[in-house]
Write a protein that binds this ligand. Structure first.
Ligand SMILES: [Zn+2]
Length: 283
């Protein structure tokens, strides 16, 4: 366990200071205990039904167009933070974006005890952090996997310092993934209302727009699900057409902006791959 982590936490039951007893973190006042497994405190049980992710190599140029847009957005945001900013990465998994936080006061959390995380907790249920602890909390592609997302945001708001931020990326036009733990897609209006209900202000709300990517996703779908049920001659024609259309779309990609992040206010086409959001907690 990171040494300074204990200073940031207290008992989620009664808010007394926790003691490190080697095998668990124990509250001397109410007896609450969080097990330590390989140095990682477990504040909530790991859901038995969940399948841990395989580790995938991530970086600024790796993964889907959406992933790359996330990297660019987060990297720009983090590069403007002061060196002493305390950052909590919620739903960090294997640390997809960890390189961005290199050398910073960075803590990561998940509901699954991945070897890369500092603690395990479902913050919507149990939040062991002291009030106003973090300057930034990031939720990268997490909210769509959280059933009670409003509870989670409320819980997170408590531990953000006045003037601090919550950074969110969340897909909008993206296929169901990590099934069955994929519960929602959010409109900007839901995000706005959820933020206001938690006492957060919208600092920026942007979309990642990528027509070429969306076309190709749909074509991939057609290839997989819409063609194989047709008669043989029809399949041949359909596959030939997909091949031709794919070539056309790639040409199209060469003569247009491939993908870009822009304020949703300036867009006449409100159909982004996902939203990139900065929320601010007022002083
Ligand atoms: Zn206690």
């Amino acid at each position: 366990m990171k040494k300074e982590l204990l200073d940031l936490m207290n008992c989620p039951n009664c808010r007394a200071e926790l003691n490190d007893k080697g095998e668990s973190l124990v509250c001397p006042k109410c007896g609450y205990a969080a097990r330590l497994v390989q140095g990682i405190p477990l504040f909530t049980d790991v859901p038995a039904t969940i399948e841990p992710w395989e580790k995938v190599e991530r970086g600024p140029d790796k993964g889907t167009a959406w992933r790359k847009s996330n990297w660019k957005f987060l990297n720009t945001f983090v590069s403007q933070l002061p060196a002493e900013a305390k950052i909590l990465d919620v739903g960090a998994g294997h640390g997809d974006f960890a390189d961005i936080f290199e050398g910073r006061k960075y803590y990561s959390l998940d509901i699954v005890p991945y070897p890369e995380v500092d603690l395990v907790a479902d913050l919507g249920e149990v939040n062991p952090f002291k009030n106003s602890t973090f300057d930034v909390v990031v939720l990268m592609n997490v909210l769509e996997h959280v059933y009670e997302s409003r509870n989670l945001l409320r819980s997170i708001t408590r531990i953000v310092a006045a003037g601090g931020s919550v950074v969110i990326t969340v897909p909008f036009l993206l296929k169901v993934h990590q099934a069955p733990f994929d519960f929602a897609r959010y409109t900007p209006y839901f995000i706005e209302k959820m933020a206001a209900d938690s006492g957060l202000q919208i600092e920026s709300l942007q979309g990642y727009y990528d027509t070429q990517y969306l076309f190709n996703e749909s074509l991939g779908n057609a290839w997989q699900y819409s063609i194989s049920t047709q008669s043989k001659p029809q399949q041949f024609v359909a596959r030939t057409l997909v091949f031709i259309i794919q070539r056309l779309i790639n040409w199209f990609g060469k003569v247009t902006r491939k993908g870009f992040i822009a304020s949703i206010q300036s867009q006449s086409n409100p159909a982004p791959v996902g939203y990139l959001v900065v929320l601010r907690k007022n002083d």
